[in-house]
Write a protein that binds this ligand. Structure first.
Ligand code: PAF
Length: 281
């Protein structure tokens, strides 16, 4: 596996591979890689000749400077994992390489980006679209892989690709969970052992709510989740929304849509964790 730090070297490498007729898969990441990322890499390796994994903690998508500063950076371990999973290129550029000058572009995909994370993390999705569109331009992949854990991000990236006519396919990949149900996240590394136990209530509550939903209304199910998280020690709910999986707009009854997803964000101490679950698809 090659570890590349500049756009020029990346593009030289990729044009050589493309001249040989090879297809290219891109897995965009911010590093601190875990089995969830590995599942995206595995899928890309299976579906493409060359897999590029970008490892870049993108400053423009952090609305909280503390979160940016604390974001785990583990390039050496990341490269070991990527090599093991058959990635051809780890692309780990500096901030100056990606943003030689400030990116002033404004992306707006309302109403997809104004709800949930868009409401609580102003500017977050603009930063995501800035970096992802740059990565698409730099790598020109045939396919790009995103996890469904960031459910809203996936919907917004799909919309960006549609509106900007990027000639590539977006592949959404299922959430990977620990054996006990906790959704894998780079942020889990920041949890103390006690918080790790407390955080379990997030996925447990979502799983229980799917059962509960079978005999209760949408507002009752929403209340069930809110009450359980409020009663869980160490957790603070930011929001729980039951939305149409395509439009991301709130539903008020199970008949409102054929595709209903519950998206949750919870603080465990200082660590902000997200998760989601499907009620109908
Ligand atoms: O999901 C992430 O890790 C990031 O938002 C992404 C897509 C790599 C852009 O920085």
């Amino acid at each position: 596996m090659k570890v590349i730090h500049t756009v020029a070297a990346l593009q030289a490498e990729l044009s050589a591979r493309r001249a040989e007729g090879k297809s290219v898969g891109l897995v965009p990441t911010m590093g601190a890689l875990h089995a969830g990322h590995a599942s995206l890499v595995d899928r890309s390796v299976k579906e493409n000749d060359v897999t590029v994994v970008s490892v870049f903690v993108n400053p423009t998508q952090f609305n909280d400077p503390n979160d940016l500063q604390k974001y785990p950076r583990t390039l050496e371990a990341d490269c070991a994992l990527l090599e093991q999973h058959g990635a051809a290129i780890a692309f780990a550029p500096s901030v100056e390489e990606v943003y030689p000058e400030p990116d002033t572009r404004q992306f707006s995909y309302a109403p997809l980006d104004t709800v949930m994370e868009g409401k609580y993390r102003p500017g977050h999705f603009n930063g995501v679209c800035q970096v992802v569109s740059k990565l698409f331009d730099m790598v020109k992949p045939d396919r790009a892989y995103f996890g469904e854990k960031d459910f809203q991000q996936l919907a917004i990236v799909r919309e960006m690709v549609r509106q900007m006519h990027f000639p590539l396919e977006i592949k959404g990949c299922p959430i990977v969970r620990e054996a006990d149900g906790l959704a894998l996240s780079s942020r889990n590394k920041r949890l103390t052992p006690e918080q790790r136990t407390e955080a379990l209530q997030i996925s447990q509550t979502l799983f229980a709510s799917v059962e509960y939903a079978k005999t209760h209304t949408v507002p009752e199910t929403k209340q069930f989740v809110e009450d359980r998280i409020a009663a869980a020690p160490g957790l603070r709910l930011e929001y729980f929304s039951l939305v149409d999986g395509n439009t991301l707009q709130d539903v008020s009854a199970w008949d409102d849509s054929a595709y209903i997803v519950g998206c949750i964000t919870v603080f465990c101490g200082e660590v902000r964790l997200i998760d989601n679950i499907k009620y109908k698809e």
